[in-house]
Design a protein around this ligand. Structure first.
Ligand code: SF4
Length: 166
């Protein structure tokens, strides 16, 4: 089995978007470093640092902010766009799942913010069980010796792994 401790929020986001991308990323195959989206991501990370958002690193977690609202924890992640809401949601849920489990929190919720749009992610039992099952599935999948074949999807056009696929 692929070591579940090596799974990051980015791997989860890729997995729910394109399994091939997740496999390539998890096996440390470098995406095109000059790709526009990778450059944008890097620039956004620099802006975040300049604004000194409350960074909180826990194990392999790297999200933007954690705070308390109405007595329970809320994790916040900032995105440059809502192009991939499912990926953003699952990445945040992954952070929430690990925090809840490792810090034995009673309740945790999350939100993804992009400009004026906010996506709320509930940390209820159903979502936590879904994440647990997803991580088990990912560990088995990432243990495969080869990635699945490329399948053209809308995200291919802006994917840093395009050169490995088409
Ligand atoms: S180019 Fe498309 S198929 Fe290839 S890894 Fe990226 S999203 Fe997946």
């Amino acid at each position: 089995m692929y070591d579940p401790d090596l799974i990051t929020g980015t791997t989860v986001q890729y997995y729910v978007t394109c399994k091939r991308e997740a496999w390539l990323f998890a096996h440390r195959i470098s995406a095109d470093q000059n790709d526009e989206n990778i450059l944008m991501g890097r620039a956004l990370a620099e802006i975040k640092e300049e604004k000194q958002l409350e960074d909180f690193a826990f194990s392999n977690l790297k999200f933007d902010k954690i705070g308390k609202e109405r007595g329970h924890y809320v994790v916040t992640e900032y995105k440059k766009s809502f192009r991939n809401p499912e990926g953003a949601k699952m990445q945040l849920l992954f952070y929430m799942y690990l925090l809840k489990k490792n810090l034995k929190l009673r309740k945790i919720d999350g939100k993804v913010i992009s400009g004026k749009k906010v996506l709320f992610v509930e940390g209820n039992e159903e979502n936590m069980r879904m994440m647990e099952a997803l991580l088990e599935e990912m560990s088995r999948f990432l243990d495969e010796p080869r990635p699945p074949k490329p399948e053209k999807i809308a995200f291919c056009a802006k994917c840093g792994y395009r050169n490995y696929c088409y």
